[in-house]
Ligand binder design. Sequence first.
Ligand SMILES: Nc1ncnc2c1ncn2[C@@H]1O[C@H](COP(=O)(O)OP(=O)(O)OP(=O)(O)O)[C@@H](O)[C@H]1O
Length: 221
Amino acid sequence: MQDVGFGYHGGAELLSNMTLSLQPGMFHFLTGPSGSGKTTLLRLLYADLLPTSGQIHAFGHDLVGMGRDDIAALRRRVGVVHQDTQFLDHLPVAENIALPLNVAGREVDMPALRDLLGWVQLSQLARALPPELSGGERQRAALARAVILSPDLILADEPTGNLDWDMSMRLMQLLIELNKSGKSVVVATHDLNLIRATKAQVAARVLRIAGGSLQLAGADL
Ligand SMILES: Nc1ncnc2c1ncn2[C@@H]1O[C@H](COP(=O)(O)OP(=O)(O)OP(=O)(O)O)[C@@H](O)[C@H]1O
């Protein structure tokens, strides 16, 4: 993104002059105080919001002025784990995870789905309904759903928000594995301990939003 500015409803700019390049295969943290605009920046990255000024290019396309089909194609290359994960509560976990395939009009590859459930350690809960899951299980299901279309970029918004330390690190481990397999990962979090623990395992770039601008955080986290 180049010189991006954004304000909700055409109001005052929440984010200003943001220039950012997400490198393929890199792990990024996005940090900053509550209300600084982390979720807003992620939403700009998957074209859920359009910038008020500046340009955003993703996978060689300019997001501003993109048609609906192009945006749908872009979204298939970006997996999002939302802060407040929503599931269809009447459908079992496995079917919720497979939903993006159905939406994209693709066949469900059952062995691949079983592998994915195993990877997030939810095999035993494949037939459970979402309200029966713990917070950590929900977040792992959300991650599985975000990666089922094999996206190139994974955006996770406070994915460990309500989880205890062990469960947070388990989830981060999955994101680290994805990154090591070549995916770009962006994790929004204000948990500096989580950032430190992750940086001990993977080279990560830490970006901080402060006063509406984006800065590269130093080693002094
Ligand atoms: N849909 C919206 N309409 C108007 N204002 C909004 C909207 N969504 C967010 N905001 C405002 O924009 C600001 C940034 O919100 P955002 O959710 O991006 O911050 P954040 O850094 O992700 O916060 P947190 O860490 O608490 O999740 C806040 O002041 C928020 O009230």
